[in-house]
Design a protein around this ligand. Structure first.
Ligand SMILES: C[S@@+](CC[C@H](N)C(=O)[O-])C[C@H]1O[C@@H](n2cnc3c(N)ncnc32)[C@H](O)[C@@H]1O
Length: 233
């Protein structure tokens, strides 16, 4: 019987049921986070089953290594766009029974102000999921021109006020460094009205996060590689 019952991870029961776990199967959790889904997979695996857990955030990998020491779990710090390379190294390419992707950011990433994802807490304007990457939200906003910023806010955040926000940012940067999350959130609030339950900076923060982590391209690369990673049995 499939063991479920967990309330923190998104669509936990549905994901575990959807993976149709075989007790000796090989599963890849491409977005380990705080290991909620991985714990569920491990619970349903026998001794010869395997989980390969990937995350581009070293904090997530360290968390798993400390809190979930399990001989059936292999953790790898990498972007899921490197799925096939990593499976090849483990001699598991074409032998995987199921792949899970729980996209976006984790609660610890939002809750830790220093990671720069939250418009409610002051922290460095960072937004990198992978701390080894060099481009941060602050450096991207500094080095991009007004049109590039406006286009990104519109394309990835569907922000209707994208042009006004971009010009406000560039105007501000003439006399100030824009290095903190609250500085950016407050600046956006001067030109965007709050929604019923939405902070005025919600769409812009989402868009900038997608740019900094190149999320759509990485997802497309990972999806392309997923079919070849799976077992045909
Ligand atoms: C929503 S959380 C996953 C939560 C997890 N399923 C759980 O139950 O705890 C998303 C995680 O995926 C990671 N992530 C997002 N995009 C990634 C990518 N392209 N490659 C590797 N990890 C990624 C993030 O760093 C974050 O830790």
């Amino acid at each position: 019987m499939i063991e479920t019952n967990h309330h923190e991870s998104v669509l936990f029961n549905e994901s575990i049921e959807g993976l149709n776990i075989k007790s000796d199967g090989v599963y890849v959790d491409t977005t380990l986070g705080r290991c909620g889904h991985t714990k569920g997979i491990l619970k349903n695996l026998g001794n010869s089953g395997k989980v390969i857990g990937l995350d581009q955030d070293m904090d997530a990998i360290n968390y798993a290594r400390i809190n979930l020491p399990d001989p059936r779990l292999t953790t790898i710090h990498c972007n899921f766009s490197k799925l096939q390379d990593n499976l090849s190294q483990l001699n598991l390419l074409g032998k995987v029974d199921g792949i899970l992707m729980d996209l976006g950011i984790s609660s610890p990433q939002i809750d830790n102000a220093d990671r720069g994802f939250s418009f409610n807490k002051d922290g460095a304007l960072d937004m990198r999921m992978d701390q080894t990457q060099t481009v941060t939200a602050a450096s991207w906003l500094r080095d991009s021109n007004e049109t590039e910023i406006a286009n990104a806010l519109y394309q990835y955040g569907e922000e209707k006020r994208s042009r006004v926000i971009a010009s406000t940012i560039k105007e501000y940067q003439k006399n100030n460094d824009l290095n903190s999350t609250l500085e950016l959130a407050n600046l956006i609030s001067t030109v965007v009205r709050p929604g019923k339950k939405k902070h005025p900076a919600t769409r812009s923060f989402q868009a900038i996060r997608i740019v900094i982590n190149d999320e759509l391209k990485k997802l497309s690369e990972a999806l392309d590689q997923s079919i070849g990673a799976l077992s045909t049995n």
